[in-house]
Write a protein that binds this ligand. Structure first.
Ligand code: C2E
Ligand code: MG
Ligand code: MG
Ligand code: MG
Length: 278
Protein backbone atom coordinates (compact mmCIF):
# COMPACT_ATOMS: atom_id res chain seq x y z
CA UNK A 1 0.00 0.00 0.00
CA UNK A 2 1.66 3.16 -1.17
CA UNK A 3 0.46 6.46 0.20
CA UNK A 4 1.61 9.81 -1.13
CA UNK A 5 2.31 12.39 1.49
CA UNK A 6 2.99 16.08 1.53
CA UNK A 7 6.14 17.40 -0.12
CA UNK A 8 6.20 14.45 -2.53
CA UNK A 9 7.30 11.90 0.06
CA UNK A 10 6.15 8.35 -0.49
CA UNK A 11 5.83 5.98 2.43
CA UNK A 12 5.14 2.29 2.23
CA UNK A 13 2.73 0.94 4.78
CA UNK A 14 2.46 -2.73 5.46
CA UNK A 15 -0.70 -4.02 7.08
CA UNK A 16 -0.57 -6.80 9.67
CA UNK A 17 -2.07 -9.22 7.13
CA UNK A 18 0.55 -8.30 4.50
CA UNK A 19 3.27 -8.90 7.06
CA UNK A 20 1.93 -12.36 7.93
CA UNK A 21 1.85 -13.29 4.24
CA UNK A 22 5.38 -11.96 3.69
CA UNK A 23 6.76 -13.78 6.76
CA UNK A 24 5.27 -17.02 5.47
CA UNK A 25 6.79 -16.40 2.07
CA UNK A 26 10.24 -15.67 3.51
CA UNK A 27 10.05 -18.75 5.73
CA UNK A 28 9.09 -20.89 2.73
CA UNK A 29 12.09 -19.54 0.80
CA UNK A 30 14.36 -20.32 3.77
CA UNK A 31 12.92 -23.83 3.93
CA UNK A 32 14.12 -24.30 0.37
CA UNK A 33 17.72 -24.27 1.67
CA UNK A 34 17.13 -26.05 4.97
CA UNK A 35 17.88 -29.58 3.79
CA UNK A 36 21.00 -28.55 1.87
CA UNK A 37 22.24 -26.44 4.81
CA UNK A 38 21.88 -29.29 7.28
CA UNK A 39 19.20 -27.48 9.29
CA UNK A 40 16.86 -30.49 9.41
CA UNK A 41 17.20 -33.17 12.06
CA UNK A 42 15.17 -35.96 13.61
CA UNK A 43 13.87 -36.38 17.10
CA UNK A 44 12.70 -39.76 18.31
CA UNK A 45 9.82 -40.32 20.74
CA UNK A 46 9.36 -43.67 22.48
CA UNK A 47 6.27 -45.82 22.03
CA UNK A 48 5.47 -48.25 24.84
CA UNK A 49 3.21 -51.01 26.01
CA UNK A 50 0.79 -49.87 28.70
CA UNK A 51 3.18 -51.32 31.32
CA UNK A 52 5.92 -48.93 30.15
CA UNK A 53 8.04 -51.34 28.10
CA UNK A 54 9.36 -49.41 25.09
CA UNK A 55 9.06 -51.29 21.77
CA UNK A 56 9.81 -48.53 19.27
CA UNK A 57 10.15 -44.86 18.40
CA UNK A 58 8.36 -42.34 16.20
CA UNK A 59 10.70 -40.16 14.11
CA UNK A 60 9.69 -36.48 14.15
CA UNK A 61 11.22 -33.87 11.87
CA UNK A 62 12.85 -30.78 13.37
CA UNK A 63 13.94 -27.55 11.65
CA UNK A 64 16.42 -25.26 13.33
CA UNK A 65 16.26 -21.97 11.42
CA UNK A 66 19.59 -20.07 11.46
CA UNK A 67 18.07 -16.93 13.02
CA UNK A 68 14.62 -17.96 14.30
CA UNK A 69 15.73 -21.16 16.00
CA UNK A 70 13.30 -24.07 16.25
CA UNK A 71 10.28 -23.80 13.94
CA UNK A 72 7.32 -26.08 14.76
CA UNK A 73 6.45 -28.85 12.29
CA UNK A 74 2.86 -27.61 12.45
CA UNK A 75 4.22 -24.43 10.86
CA UNK A 76 6.81 -25.73 8.39
CA UNK A 77 5.22 -28.99 7.17
CA UNK A 78 2.29 -27.13 5.51
CA UNK A 79 4.80 -24.75 3.85
CA UNK A 80 6.79 -27.73 2.60
CA UNK A 81 3.64 -29.39 1.28
CA UNK A 82 2.55 -26.26 -0.61
CA UNK A 83 5.84 -26.09 -2.46
CA UNK A 84 6.53 -29.81 -2.99
CA UNK A 85 9.71 -29.38 -0.91
CA UNK A 86 8.09 -32.05 1.23
CA UNK A 87 9.14 -34.70 -1.32
CA UNK A 88 12.89 -34.27 -0.81
CA UNK A 89 12.44 -33.66 2.92
CA UNK A 90 10.34 -36.83 3.34
CA UNK A 91 12.83 -38.93 1.40
CA UNK A 92 15.52 -37.61 3.74
CA UNK A 93 13.45 -38.38 6.87
CA UNK A 94 12.72 -41.92 5.71
CA UNK A 95 16.37 -42.63 4.94
CA UNK A 96 17.64 -41.05 8.16
CA UNK A 97 15.05 -42.84 10.33
CA UNK A 98 15.72 -46.25 8.72
CA UNK A 99 19.49 -45.75 8.85
CA UNK A 100 19.30 -44.85 12.54
CA UNK A 101 17.03 -47.78 13.43
CA UNK A 102 19.20 -50.20 11.46
CA UNK A 103 22.06 -49.23 13.77
CA UNK A 104 20.27 -50.16 17.00
CA UNK A 105 21.39 -53.37 18.64
CA UNK A 106 17.86 -53.91 19.96
CA UNK A 107 15.46 -54.66 17.10
CA UNK A 108 12.99 -51.91 18.00
CA UNK A 109 10.52 -50.47 15.49
CA UNK A 110 10.63 -47.01 13.93
CA UNK A 111 7.54 -45.07 12.81
CA UNK A 112 7.76 -42.45 10.06
CA UNK A 113 5.05 -39.93 9.09
CA UNK A 114 4.02 -39.74 5.42
CA UNK A 115 2.61 -36.67 3.68
CA UNK A 116 -0.40 -36.81 1.31
CA UNK A 117 1.85 -35.22 -1.34
CA UNK A 118 4.00 -38.37 -1.37
CA UNK A 119 0.97 -40.29 -2.67
CA UNK A 120 0.48 -37.85 -5.54
CA UNK A 121 4.00 -37.68 -6.94
CA UNK A 122 6.76 -40.11 -7.66
CA UNK A 123 6.91 -43.75 -6.87
CA UNK A 124 6.32 -44.13 -3.14
CA UNK A 125 6.54 -47.96 -2.93
CA UNK A 126 9.80 -47.84 -4.89
CA UNK A 127 11.26 -45.16 -2.60
CA UNK A 128 10.42 -47.27 0.45
CA UNK A 129 11.79 -50.45 -1.10
CA UNK A 130 15.03 -48.74 -2.12
CA UNK A 131 15.45 -47.12 1.31
CA UNK A 132 15.07 -50.48 3.04
CA UNK A 133 17.67 -51.98 0.71
CA UNK A 134 20.08 -49.05 1.13
CA UNK A 135 19.83 -48.99 4.93
CA UNK A 136 19.45 -52.72 5.57
CA UNK A 137 16.47 -52.20 7.89
CA UNK A 138 14.16 -55.24 7.92
CA UNK A 139 10.69 -54.15 6.62
CA UNK A 140 9.02 -55.56 9.73
CA UNK A 141 10.72 -52.87 11.82
CA UNK A 142 9.27 -49.98 9.79
CA UNK A 143 5.84 -48.50 10.39
CA UNK A 144 4.45 -45.70 8.21
CA UNK A 145 1.90 -43.28 9.65
CA UNK A 146 -0.75 -41.74 7.44
CA UNK A 147 -3.60 -39.40 8.31
CA UNK A 148 -7.23 -39.61 7.28
CA UNK A 149 -6.66 -36.71 4.87
CA UNK A 150 -4.55 -38.98 2.65
CA UNK A 151 -7.64 -41.04 1.86
CA UNK A 152 -9.55 -38.00 0.58
CA UNK A 153 -7.63 -38.18 -2.71
CA UNK A 154 -8.17 -40.85 -5.38
CA UNK A 155 -9.16 -43.55 -2.90
CA UNK A 156 -8.63 -46.58 -5.17
CA UNK A 157 -5.20 -45.32 -6.25
CA UNK A 158 -4.11 -44.63 -2.68
CA UNK A 159 -5.34 -47.95 -1.33
CA UNK A 160 -3.46 -49.60 -4.22
CA UNK A 161 -0.23 -47.90 -3.15
CA UNK A 162 -0.84 -48.82 0.51
CA UNK A 163 -1.36 -52.46 -0.44
CA UNK A 164 1.92 -52.53 -2.39
CA UNK A 165 3.73 -51.05 0.61
CA UNK A 166 2.10 -53.48 3.02
CA UNK A 167 3.03 -56.38 0.74
CA UNK A 168 6.71 -55.54 1.41
CA UNK A 169 6.14 -56.34 5.08
CA UNK A 170 6.01 -52.69 6.19
CA UNK A 171 3.18 -51.77 8.59
CA UNK A 172 0.69 -48.95 8.00
CA UNK A 173 -0.72 -46.97 10.94
CA UNK A 174 -3.61 -44.49 10.96
CA UNK A 175 -2.44 -41.34 12.79
CA UNK A 176 -4.60 -38.73 14.57
CA UNK A 177 -7.59 -41.09 14.50
CA UNK A 178 -10.91 -39.35 15.06
CA UNK A 179 -9.95 -35.91 13.78
CA UNK A 180 -10.65 -36.45 10.06
CA UNK A 181 -13.88 -36.74 8.13
CA UNK A 182 -14.15 -40.28 6.85
CA UNK A 183 -13.48 -42.09 10.11
CA UNK A 184 -15.11 -45.50 9.79
CA UNK A 185 -15.69 -46.61 6.20
CA UNK A 186 -11.99 -46.94 5.42
CA UNK A 187 -11.45 -49.35 8.29
CA UNK A 188 -13.10 -52.00 6.16
CA UNK A 189 -11.49 -50.83 2.90
CA UNK A 190 -7.92 -51.18 4.14
CA UNK A 191 -6.38 -53.43 6.81
CA UNK A 192 -4.54 -50.92 8.99
CA UNK A 193 -1.92 -52.41 11.29
CA UNK A 194 -2.45 -49.81 14.00
CA UNK A 195 -4.78 -46.99 14.99
CA UNK A 196 -3.35 -43.99 16.87
CA UNK A 197 -6.03 -42.26 18.96
CA UNK A 198 -5.49 -38.50 18.56
CA UNK A 199 -4.05 -36.66 21.53
CA UNK A 200 -6.98 -34.25 21.67
CA UNK A 201 -9.15 -37.10 23.05
CA UNK A 202 -6.47 -38.20 25.53
CA UNK A 203 -6.04 -34.66 26.80
CA UNK A 204 -9.75 -34.41 27.50
CA UNK A 205 -9.67 -37.42 29.87
CA UNK A 206 -11.14 -36.33 33.19
CA UNK A 207 -12.40 -33.10 31.61
CA UNK A 208 -15.24 -34.16 29.37
CA UNK A 209 -17.52 -37.16 29.56
CA UNK A 210 -17.61 -37.26 25.74
CA UNK A 211 -13.86 -37.84 25.40
CA UNK A 212 -13.84 -40.82 27.73
CA UNK A 213 -16.85 -42.30 25.94
CA UNK A 214 -15.17 -41.86 22.55
CA UNK A 215 -11.87 -43.38 23.74
CA UNK A 216 -13.72 -46.34 25.24
CA UNK A 217 -15.61 -46.84 21.96
CA UNK A 218 -12.48 -46.59 19.78
CA UNK A 219 -10.61 -49.11 21.95
CA UNK A 220 -13.61 -51.46 21.76
CA UNK A 221 -13.96 -50.96 18.01
CA UNK A 222 -10.30 -51.71 17.39
CA UNK A 223 -10.38 -54.74 19.65
CA UNK A 224 -13.41 -56.04 17.75
CA UNK A 225 -11.68 -55.49 14.41
CA UNK A 226 -8.41 -56.96 15.69
CA UNK A 227 -6.46 -53.74 15.10
CA UNK A 228 -3.81 -52.78 17.69
CA UNK A 229 -4.40 -49.32 19.14
CA UNK A 230 -2.05 -46.75 20.66
CA UNK A 231 -3.01 -43.60 22.58
CA UNK A 232 -0.90 -40.53 21.74
CA UNK A 233 -0.21 -37.48 23.85
CA UNK A 234 -0.36 -39.28 27.21
CA UNK A 235 1.04 -36.81 29.73
CA UNK A 236 -0.41 -37.57 33.15
CA UNK A 237 -0.77 -40.51 35.50
CA UNK A 238 -4.53 -39.94 35.49
CA UNK A 239 -4.61 -40.41 31.70
CA UNK A 240 -2.34 -43.46 31.86
CA UNK A 241 -4.36 -45.20 34.53
CA UNK A 242 -7.64 -44.50 32.72
CA UNK A 243 -6.16 -46.07 29.57
CA UNK A 244 -4.89 -49.06 31.56
CA UNK A 245 -8.33 -49.55 33.06
CA UNK A 246 -9.84 -49.46 29.55
CA UNK A 247 -7.27 -52.06 28.38
CA UNK A 248 -5.58 -49.74 25.89
CA UNK A 249 -2.57 -51.86 24.88
CA UNK A 250 -0.07 -49.10 23.95
CA UNK A 251 0.78 -45.48 24.76
CA UNK A 252 2.98 -42.65 23.50
CA UNK A 253 3.49 -39.29 25.19
CA UNK A 254 5.54 -37.21 27.56
CA UNK A 255 4.78 -39.61 30.44
CA UNK A 256 6.93 -42.21 28.65
CA UNK A 257 9.39 -39.79 27.03
CA UNK A 258 9.64 -36.59 25.01
CA UNK A 259 10.83 -36.42 21.42
CA UNK A 260 14.63 -36.04 21.61
CA UNK A 261 17.83 -36.76 19.68
CA UNK A 262 18.33 -40.52 19.65
CA UNK A 263 21.46 -40.19 21.81
CA UNK A 264 19.17 -39.42 24.75
CA UNK A 265 17.72 -42.92 24.35
CA UNK A 266 20.99 -44.75 23.67
CA UNK A 267 20.55 -47.00 26.72
CA UNK A 268 17.22 -48.21 25.36
CA UNK A 269 18.19 -48.80 21.73
CA UNK A 270 21.68 -50.11 22.31
CA UNK A 271 22.37 -52.99 24.64
CA UNK A 272 26.11 -52.28 24.37
CA UNK A 273 25.77 -48.70 25.59
CA UNK A 274 27.39 -48.18 28.99
CA UNK A 275 24.86 -47.82 31.80
CA UNK A 276 25.36 -44.44 33.43
CA UNK A 277 26.00 -44.78 37.13
CA UNK A 278 25.90 -41.16 38.22
P1 C2E B 1 2.00 -36.47 14.84
O1 C2E B 1 2.56 -37.39 13.82
O2 C2E B 1 0.64 -36.75 15.34
O3 C2E B 1 3.07 -36.48 16.02
C1 C2E B 1 2.75 -36.37 17.38
C2 C2E B 1 2.93 -34.96 17.87
O4 C2E B 1 2.52 -34.88 19.23
C3 C2E B 1 4.39 -34.49 17.85
O5 C2E B 1 4.38 -33.09 17.60
C4 C2E B 1 4.84 -34.78 19.28
O6 C2E B 1 5.93 -33.99 19.68
C5 C2E B 1 3.58 -34.40 20.03
N1 C2E B 1 3.49 -35.09 21.33
C6 C2E B 1 3.93 -36.31 21.67
N2 C2E B 1 3.64 -36.62 22.94
C7 C2E B 1 2.98 -35.55 23.45
C8 C2E B 1 2.41 -35.26 24.72
O7 C2E B 1 2.43 -36.05 25.67
N3 C2E B 1 1.79 -34.05 24.86
C9 C2E B 1 1.72 -33.15 23.83
N4 C2E B 1 1.13 -31.98 24.07
N5 C2E B 1 2.27 -33.40 22.61
C10 C2E B 1 2.87 -34.58 22.43
P2 C2E B 1 5.44 -32.43 16.60
O8 C2E B 1 6.76 -33.13 16.71
O9 C2E B 1 5.37 -30.97 16.83
O10 C2E B 1 4.83 -32.76 15.17
C11 C2E B 1 3.59 -32.27 14.80
C12 C2E B 1 3.10 -32.94 13.54
O11 C2E B 1 3.95 -32.62 12.44
C13 C2E B 1 3.11 -34.47 13.60
O12 C2E B 1 1.99 -34.94 14.30
C14 C2E B 1 3.09 -34.79 12.13
O13 C2E B 1 1.78 -34.69 11.63
C15 C2E B 1 3.94 -33.69 11.54
N6 C2E B 1 5.30 -34.21 11.33
C16 C2E B 1 6.35 -34.26 12.18
N7 C2E B 1 7.42 -34.84 11.58
C17 C2E B 1 7.03 -35.16 10.32
C18 C2E B 1 7.68 -35.78 9.20
O14 C2E B 1 8.84 -36.23 9.24
N8 C2E B 1 6.94 -35.91 8.05
C19 C2E B 1 5.64 -35.49 7.97
N9 C2E B 1 4.99 -35.66 6.82
N10 C2E B 1 4.99 -34.92 9.00
C20 C2E B 1 5.68 -34.76 10.16
MG1 MG C 1 2.65 -39.37 13.70
MG1 MG D 1 -0.70 -37.97 15.78
MG1 MG E 1 -0.70 -34.61 14.19
Amino acid sequence: HVKSEARGQVRVYESKADQVIRDRWVLQADLGHALRNGELSLHFQPQAEINGRIFGFEALMRWTHPTRGAVSPDEFIPLAEESNLILDMSAWVLKEACRTAAGWTHPLTVAVNLSPIQFQHGELPQLIQQTLIDTGLPPSRLELEITEGILLGDFAHIVGLLRRIKAMGVRIAMDDFGTGYSSLSYLQAFPFDKIKIDKSFIQAIGRTEQATTIIRAVIGLCRGLGIPVIAEGVETEEQRSFLAQEHCPEIQGYIIGRPAPIQVYSKIVDKLAPVRTS
